[in-house]
Ligand binder design. Sequence first.
Ligand SMILES: CC(C)(COP(=O)(O)OP(=O)(O)OC[C@H]1O[C@@H](n2cnc3c(N)ncnc32)[C@H](O)[C@@H]1OP(=O)(O)O)[C@@H](O)C(=O)NCCC(=O)NCCS
Length: 87
Amino acid sequence: MLNTALVTSVEFLPHLALVAEIDGAVAGYCITTRGWAGDGPALGLGPIGVDPSVQRRGIGSALVRETLRLAAEHGERVVALLGDPAY
Ligand SMILES: CC(C)(COP(=O)(O)OP(=O)(O)OC[C@H]1O[C@@H](n2cnc3c(N)ncnc32)[C@H](O)[C@@H]1OP(=O)(O)O)[C@@H](O)C(=O)NCCC(=O)NCCS
């Protein structure tokens, strides 16, 4: 479940928030927030989540790849994955 405080915060970047759908139903999501690395802007990628019934089918990877593509398109140069260190 997405944290309401997170998506209503000023750091939330709606143009870099993605939802994956299968037949019109939400299958996963990936959001990003504004952060800083030293003096420069950076992105925090996550949380990312995929419905357990459709995990391990490439949806998470597709969400990350598309987020990185859009981030580069918007001139972002530093992205850090937030969340589970194992992932
Ligand atoms: C982590 C998660 C988003 C991955 O989504 P997915 O659609 O299942 O991932 P993909 O099918 O694209 O898998 C890509 C690779 O990610 C890695 N991976 C997937 N799930 C993983 C997990 N739970 N832990 C560690 N690595 C994982 C694997 O290396 C996988 O490749 P391989 O299994 O083919 O070798 C999904 O399992 C999930 O929602 N997990 C619960 C929430 C969570 O842990 N979020 C991540 C940190 S915030």
